[in-house]
Design a protein around this ligand. Structure first.
Ligand SMILES: [Zn+2]
Length: 353
């Protein structure tokens, strides 16, 4: 008994008495935080001094890197991919397109309601033609971080602002300062961002076809070879390249824009935006950021390496968990909770843009 008491005491001292009962890895994601933003984040900078941290090289596209981080692999290139007809019913609502923004709100609601009930991430459908949307499927279900071993907290502001004002705008600097302030006093095992942000320096147009999906940074086409051949000839290949992606649900022909090149018009942006991401993760401006609650120094990693580190940390949770089980504690409400109620923004709506 005495020993147990002492242990509890120690836990309380390091503030983890709650943490031990439902010990999960505390992960904070700051969407679109670039390592260079440390300049405007004095608190984070002070953490970086003595801890393990570094630049993080991510995979290209959207969301795949988050799956890699938590699950070790991914075939995801973007949020939307060709489906097997599950969304076919949406084509009945094509008429909503005639009603502008209000009509689109209707499409978003119809599209997201089944997802809401399943606890899946919700996404804006932007300007995706409803007919095309009805042929698609979503590669992201439940958020990869929302699982039983992660306590997830999300900051989404920098992504929106980076798109709107550009990656090195005064608005971004101010938002970084605010987030830095909010981080004070927050416990964490890992803080990370999922990508950087690149200043848009060129706009290109791409061909459209009867079966295509035009993201801000990718144009994807499906169809017979002869048709694809013609489309390929019309692509602005000076400003991008054809990507050979094994999972053809993401496109039979995929054009990926070079870093800083925005495809416009596209299915998401109302106007030419100032910042974009989703490009080749090796681009310096695309680099993401990570910081561990561990003594150490700078070590730049790729997302697969960070996944390994995370798995090591997950292993380390075991002792705490066993103790909890032998206490006969059963499942607490918190254990079932994915922590989303604390997040300032429940999902990353419209993160494809
Ligand atoms: Zn974004």
């Amino acid at each position: 008994m005495e020993g147990e008491g002492k242990e509890k005491m120690e836990e309380r001292i390091d503030g983890k008495v709650d943490g031990k009962m439902k010990r999960k890895l505390k992960v904070i994601m700051i969407d679109a935080f670039k390592p260079a933003y440390l300049e405007y984040a004095p608190y984070l900078r002070s953490l970086v001094e003595g801890n393990e941290w570094g630049e993080l090289t991510m995979t290209a596209g959207h969301w795949g890197c988050i799956e890699v981080l938590f699950e070790g692999k991914s075939s995801i290139l973007g949020i939307f991919r060709k489906g097997d007809g599950k969304l076919k019913w949406l084509s009945w609502f094509e008429w909503l397109e005639r009603f502008g923004k209000l009509g689109r709100l209707g499409v978003d609601v119809l599209f997201n309601i089944p997802r809401l009930f399943r606890g899946y991430e919700m996404f804006k459908t932007g300007k995706i033609p409803v007919r095309q949307l009805s042929k698609m499927d979503v590669s992201v279900g439940r958020h990869f971080a929302k699982n039983e071993w992660v306590d997830f907290f999300y900051f989404g502001e920098l992504d929106d602002m980076g798109h709107e004002f550009g990656p090195d705008s005064l608005e971004i600097r101010e938002a970084v300062r605010e987030i830095d302030e909010s981080l004070k006093g927050m416990e964490f095992d890992l803080i990370f961002s999922d990508h950087g942000m690149v200043e848009v320096n060129r706009v290109v147009e791409v061909p459209r076809s009867g079966d295509c999906f035009i993201d801000s940074d990718m144009a994807r086409y499906w169809g017979p070879d002869e048709e694809l051949k013609v489309i390929r000839e019309g692509l602005p290949l000076e400003y991008g390249s054809v990507l050979d992606w094994p999972d053809k649900r993401f496109g039979d022909l995929i054009f990926m824009a070079n870093s800083g090149v925005l495809i416009y018009p596209n299915y998401f942006n109302d106007r030419v935006v100032k910042g974009m991401h989703g490009y080749d993760g090796k681009d310096k401006e695309m680099r993401a950021f990570y910081l561990l609650d561990k003594k150490g120094e700078r070590k730049d990693l790729n997302v697969y390496e960070l996944h390994e580190r995370l798995m090591g940390m997950k292993e380390g949770l075991r002792d705490g968990k066993k103790r909890n089980e032998s206490d006969g504690g059963g499942k607490s409400g918190d254990e079932l909770n994915d922590g989303s109620e604390k997040a300032p923004h429940p999902t990353s709506l419209g993160r494809s843009a």
